[in-house]
Design a protein around this ligand. Structure first.
Ligand code: SF4
Length: 201
């Protein structure tokens, strides 16, 4: 018996022409679901995984390797600290032309095909803070030799965090040594008449 508890990262199961696929929400990985993967999905959050089952054809050794492979592919959560994302500290060889800021996971639409569950991503939708947003602009400017840079606002629906967008645009305007271009991936259904001036101004 495998006493390890498996915990899958957020996912959706998609069915296309009779075949089932596992779509990993956080990294956009797609894997076809075979009987072995199907078995492990049924064990999500189970305390104990049986070594043998009618629905899985793996030996104990193969099962351990399968779990290892799922961790390597970020399908299953791993305690391996070497896989955590470290901040960029030595950025001397980076020259950025722009950044994309996911300012709001929240969305006021509910598209049937939405991989992010309208921003919920299997947890509470997040919104970028002003501290993080302005720090991101500072990071861009510190790591860019370009005279003009692009800042893209994405979501969910980015306009659900319009106050942050206003703060970032205002902050950029105070940096007079650069020319800024802005892009906003809004769906126009969260726009108030007064917001349009912010977006085109
Ligand atoms: S607009 Fe995008 S984020 Fe919003 S529900 Fe549709 S697909 Fe999801």
């Amino acid at each position: 018996m495998n006493t390890e508890k498996l915990e899958f990262n957020p996912y959706k199961i998609l069915e296309v022409k009779g075949r089932k696929y596992l779509y990993m929400i956080e990294n956009s990985g797609i894997f076809e679901i075979d009987p072995n993967l199907d078995f492990f999905l049924s064990m999500d959050n189970a305390e104990n995984i049986p070594c043998t089952s009618d629905s899985v054809s793996l030996s104990v050794k193969e099962q351990a390797q399968f779990i290892k492979d799922m961790k390597a592919a970020d399908i299953v959560k791993s305690n391996d600290s070497t896989r955590s994302i470290n901040p960029v500290e030595d950025s001397s060889d980076i020259n950025l032309n722009g950044i994309t800021l996911m300012v709001s996971q929240m969305c006021n639409l509910r598209c049937r095909y939405c991989y992010g569950e309208a921003g919920e991503f299997n947890h509470t939708p997040g919104r970028m803070s002003k501290t993080i947003g302005l720090a991101a602009v500072d990071f861009l400017l510190k790591n860019s030799n370009s005279s003009s840079v692009l800042i893209s606002f994405m979501g969910g629906e980015p306009l659900l965090n319009l106050d942050l967008i206003k703060s970032i645009v205002s902050y950029c305007k105070s940096k007079t040594d650069r020319k800024f271009f802005f892009f906003c991936d809004n769906k126009w259904n969260a726009v108030e008449p007064g917001d349009i001036a912010v977006l085109i101004g």
